[in-house]
Design a protein around this ligand. Structure first.
Ligand code: NAD
Length: 468
């Protein structure tokens, strides 16, 4: 039997219940196993969190900052173990923009967030009266996370929430629970019992969390259909929600670019984490004057990127994380080919493993799944454009609105176009480059609320005004 990674409840390792295997997508072998938490485990965690909240929420802000800074240090001290575990269950290589990068990001995000503060504001102070605005913790936050950047996204949910005085129960994805369980175990050294707890589940616990009366807010990162269910569940008792959902990000390449100079940036925009990234570039619109040169340069980068087992130091790209996602990407590529798109590199794979060749298609148009839906994998469709207004209209015509990018040799021109794009983040000459001081969230069906920076921290609080 493979190694058990226990739940963390009330500061201790909890192995109560049946276990389920987590599969290494590079090999098909078990990476370890996790406990399938039931309603009783959730009740125990909620009780511990509510108990811990009384003290934690009233601690001085500086004490909680210190605890978060200590967590950053603990991540640093355990970085190698966490990166290997992450690579084993997620498939992403240790190197490149992979597992070591993700764990480094966890330390950086934690360290930066620990420096933030929310101070009371005086909105009025005159002969008619005084109005103070305070940001107070919400209570117990249930965090539900996906399988693509499991540890980093876990940190995004946990650190601002506890800094603001809340307690967190995190439920990682059934596909990648192990590194989050271990991260939360490591954190216990910096925290009182019950402040951060982790519960694994092979599927059923998410709805129980949204239904639980002892949970005050759900912060959720995942797909749009699941986000919609979370919102419906949370509506029953008016829980707060933050939803970070799917994206179908457009990138618009103008005729004045140097194709060779942008090729690598475009590649990582499209294929970061094998394309399994919410804010990856998913629709690539290239002006007809530079279309062929940009596609050639992009394909040149793709063909030279080493793909292999995540734990092999030579790998830069790994497998797709799971069979369901692999089949979605396969279906979208086949659909585009059936409807007249042309293959530049890659294609529909025949093998039984989860290694999917990095795939680029041209002639991708609205009406093809690869254009209209989120592929969330290693395939990009290129669409040729001529008219600027038409391409902006096309870019904005989507139910998602997470990120977007403009690529140009003329900074002013690119900046003006950025104003016409409707998305939560617009990048210029790069794509998906999130950072801890820049609020990140989506418009339309890409979500509700933002994470990161002071704006993200505010989402972990309720507003309380005192009027005298
Ligand atoms: P998913 O929606 O299938 O699962 C996400 C989480 O929700 C998992 O932990 C899952 O167990 C849980 N869950 C499933 N059903 C639930 C329910 N009824 N109630 C509560 N929880 C439930 O998403 P995924 O496949 O793990 O992740 C991929 C998706 O996440 C993509 O659409 C991607 O764009 C999106 N994503 C968005 C962001 C962002 O910040 N906007 C970041 C990463 C991923």
């Amino acid at each position: 039997m493979s190694k058990i990674y226990p739940n963390i409840i009330d500061g201790t390792r909890d192995e109560t219940g049946a276990t389920f295997d987590v599969i290494n997508p590079s090999t098909g072998e078990p990476a370890g196993c996790a406990v399938n938490s039931d309603g009783a485990a959730l009740d125990r965690a909620v009780a511990a969190a509510r108990k811990a909240f009384t003290d934690w929420s009233t601690k001085p802000w500086a004490d909680r900052q210190q605890a978060c800074a200590r967590i950053a240090q603990l991540i640093n001290e355990n970085a190698d173990e966490l990166a290997r575990l992450l690579s084993t269950e997620q498939g992403k290589p240790l190197n490149g923009v992979g597992a070591r990068f993700e764990i480094g990001g966890c330390e950086a995000w934690t360290g930066y967030t620990a420096s933030l503060e929310l101070k009371p504001e005086i909105l009025q102070d005159n002969e008619e009266g005084k109005v103070e605005l305070h940001r107070v913790p919400i209570g117990v936050i249930g965090a539900i996370t996906p399988w693509n950047w499991p540890v980093l996204i876990g940190i995004w949910h946990i650190i601002p929430a506890i800094l603001a005085g809340n307690c967190v129960i995190i439920k990682p994805s059934e596909n990648t629970p192990l590194s989050t369980l271990r991260l939360v175990e490591i954190m216990q050294d910096a925290l009182p019992p019950g402040v951060v707890q982790a519960l694994a589940s092979d599927g059923g616990l998410g709805p129980q969390m949204t239904d639980h009366p002892g949970i005050d807010k759900i912060s959720f990162t995942g797909s749009i259909p699941t986000g919609s269910k979370v919102m419906a569940g949370a509506a029953k008792d008016i829980k707060r929600i933050t939803l970070e959902l799917g994206g179908n990000d457009p990138g618009i390449v103008l005729p004045d670019v140097d194709p060779a100079a942008i090729a690598e940036g475009l590649f990582w925009g499209c294929f970061i984490n094998n394309g399994q990234t919410c804010a990856a570039l998913k629709r690539l619109y290239v002006h007809e004057d530079v279309h062929d040169a940009v596609v050639d340069a992009l394909a040149g980068v793709a063909k030279n990127m080493p793909m292999g087992d995540g734990l092999d130091e030579a790998s830069i790209i790994g497998p797709v994380q799971n069979r369901d996602q692999y089949n979605i990407v396969k279906d979208y590529v086949q659909d585009a080919l059936d409807k007249g798109a042309s293959l530049v590199t890659g294609g529909v794979p025949e093998g039984n493993d989860l290694f999917f060749p990095t795939t680029i298609l041209t002639g991708v148009e609205p009406g093809m799944k690869l254009h209209d839906l989120e592929q969330f994998g290693p395939a990009i469709g290129v669409t040729k454009w001529r008219d600027e207004d038409a391409v902006i209209a096309l870019a904005n015509d989507d139910k998602c609105g997470l990120g977007a990018s403009v690529w140009s040799g003329d900074a002013d021109k690119a900046r003006k176009l950025a104003d016409k794009i409707s998305a939560g983040s617009v990048w210029i000459n790069k794509h998906g480059m999130i950072q801890p001081n820049a609020p990140f969230g989506g418009v339309r069906q890409s979500g509700i609320g933002v994470q990161f920076g002071v704006e993200g921290l505010r989402e972990c609080t309720n507003v309380k005004t005192i009027l005298s």
